[in-house]
Design a protein. Structure first.
Length: 311
């Protein structure tokens, strides 16, 4: 049985390598292709931006809100990939003198994450040329990555798997279907999802491999550290939602009363919590993987911590 499981695992790494080679893309040749972002169109679909909650906004204002959120969306992925690439590179060490196909899969994963970081840096520079000045992305990627990488590997891999899976869910359930998005913006996340789909497979394999190493006590501690990581993510979202609210109110071109500003701020935060936390923890595949590793009591602990965020 163990030999069969090893072969199945090997085959999954091999499949990820095969698909990685097949879908490989380059930033300028395949994605940007000399184009600019069309600021007459949305950057995020309504299902992600949640602008439908704000019935006092006009169509242009809702589009602006989607563009601000889209800019933050790209910057957030640039941030999380700052810790994903080092963690996957670190984990590849276990395969150096073992399964070379698994090692190649990990190296390709790391290389693709570094490319994604460059893509999202390019996006920020390009968008800054066409949107009003004053936007600020407050989280410092290196500082955040330093904190995350100091947590137990199990907890970090859980967070990474959660991220990769919600990327795919966002694309499949919202981005792919929306014909009103800026064409270049849509292409960015189409190509991004093509490589992330393989990363999600490797995330699961590495997370399960790490889980098999842990004692019950170590796993229980790792669950607490995962809860702490999610709380830290929520702190980042609260901070950025406030900054993006202030920016929107400044550049929207008209005055809003206090209740409207509160509603705008509440929608930014609700959307960001949905995008970066709720949509991932509610993903069926993520729930199945996590539920297969932890006890009912640990799952309840996670649920209690998430309740104020997802509720």
């Amino acid at each position: 049985m163990e030999a069969v499981q090893k072969m199945q695992t090997h085959d999954r790494y091999a499949k990820s390598v095969e698909v990685s080679k097949r879908v490989r893309w380059e930033i300028d040749r395949d994605v940007i292709r000399g184009r600019k972002f069309d600021v007459s169109k949305k950057f995020l679909p309504d299902g992600l931006s949640k602008v439908g909650r704000l019935d006092f906004l006009g169509a242009n204002e809702k589009r602006l809100m989607s563009q601000i959120q889209g800019r933050t969306y790209a910057n957030m992925f640039g941030l999380v990939e700052r810790f994903i690439a080092p963690k996957i590179s670190e984990m590849s060490r276990d395969h150096w003198l073992g399964d070379q196909v698994a090692f190649e899969a990990m190296v390709r994963f790391t290389d693709e994450e570094l490319k994604h970081q460059e893509l999202f840096r390019r996006i920020e520079r390009m968008v800054a040329q066409d949107m009003p000045g004053g936007y600020t992305f407050l989280p410092q990627p290196n500082d955040v990555a330093g904190v995350v990488l100091g947590k137990p590997t199990w907890s970090v891999l859980a967070l990474i798997c959660h991220i990769e899976l919600f990327v795919l869910a966002h694309y499949r359930e919202a981005i792919e279907k929306d014909e009103q998005l800026s064409e270049l913006w849509k292409d960015v996340f189409t190509f991004h999802a093509r490589e992330e789909s393989q990363h999600a497979i490797i995330d699961e394999l590495e997370w399960r491999r790490e889980d098999a190493r842990l004692s019950p006590g170590e796993r229980d501690q790792a669950v607490d550290e995962l809860i702490a990581l999610v709380a830290a993510v929520d702190g980042i979202l609260q901070m950025q939602a406030k900054a993006d609210t202030d920016y929107f109110v400044r550049v929207a071109g008209r005055a809003f009363d206090r209740k409207q500003v509160e509603a705008i701020g509440g929608t930014f935060l609700y959307a960001y919590r949905w995008q970066y936390i709720t949509s991932g923890v509610q993903d069926e595949r993520f729930g199945k993987i996590l539920g297969g590793m932890i006890t009912e009591g640990q799952m309840q602990r996670i649920g209690a911590a998430l309740a104020p965020i997802v509720g």
